[in-house]
Ligand binder design. Sequence first.
Ligand code: 2PG
Ligand code: MG
Length: 415
Amino acid sequence: MKKASIESIKARICYDSRGDESIETDVKVEGFIGRACAPRGASTGKYEAVGFNPNGIKATLELIFDYSSKLIGFDASNPKSLSQLLREIDGTKNFSRIGGSAAYAISVATAEAFARAKGVPLYKALLPKGPYLMPYPLGNVLCGGKHSGPGAPDIQEFLVCPLGAKSIKEGLRANIAVHKELRKQIEKKDPYFTGGKGDEGGWAPHIKDEEAFELVSSSSKIVSDSLGVDIRLGVDFASSSLWDEDSKAYVYTRWGAKRSSGEQLEFVMELVKKYHLFFLEDPFHEEAYEEFAELTKKLSKVYVVGDDIFVTNTSRLLKGVKMKAGNAAILKVNQAGTLGDAMDFAENARKHNYTLITSHRSGDTSDVHLSHIAIATQSKMIKSGVVGGERLSKLNELLRIDEELGGCNMAKLEV
Ligand code: 2PG
Ligand code: MG
């Protein structure tokens, strides 16, 4: 697509779904404004881009103003060259001066402004020739770990995915139905359940992990049978949050269990068998390449997914490729910092046959870019919760894209 340059950049402080401060930018390209507000994680990886300037969000804002003079006039058509320029200006590896939130907001807003200037949707501006396939919605129905209070399970996310869905409409309907059915099941166990939810909109009941597996599994089965759509279970262990370096063990405080790496591997294998899990995110902590490789070798037709271990960083992914650690990767633009870097990560993941899953953050905004990025990176799944305004904004956007494309085929999964 023909070049177009950045005309202005404006930044402000906005709030994310947890009520935490975030950076939003308006970028103007050929008179068209693109706007993006950065999301923020709670279970962040050690190697992610740094969120803000160490002196805080105000210092971050001032730096955006500072950097703008070097960005104005720059070509907005190519996220990768913009990313390179931002890195050069920042002079750091992980955006520790300007902050990853600013890098995110500038790069995503620029891409949106460019798409608007060209009169095409963002996914088409990023992937002009297609093919366009719908990612399967992977939805958090029950929250634990760092996304909920101390009474909820240790495991961070109990996920469902409608693998049998033939369209995004059918898929979203199935996930929402599981979320509703699960509430009924929880209330049967606990008549005083307050309806409390975790950060990503999944229920956050006062139950143990084993019970959570049973309830999510039975709810999915009920919905699967009634809608005639195969629904499978997945888990984000967010193991870096459970790992205790001193005792070299995964500590499940609420469960009352401590598992060595070997025991964790056995535990994960048992869960796969018992609940027919198809998706295992961060089953080990962020340095555990060898354990990831061992588990990947032992399983077939299961996604062993790296989030905190790869942090949307191409060189960390390539180390995984070399060691055969995992077979799938989470893509979070703000982990990388810029959209250009995240797209480079996506290309490498596809090249090495790692299945891509584009993901929200636990603290998110009502922006809809995630859906476009998932399609443009040819992600097979999109992890974006099930309910809640900041989750549904993205899922509803998929419905609009589906309509615009005249009904879009679902991506192909290998499970
Ligand atoms: C994760 C994410 C999103 P956070 O661990 O995958 O679900 O959580 O944004 O808190 O890192
Ligand atoms: Mg994760």
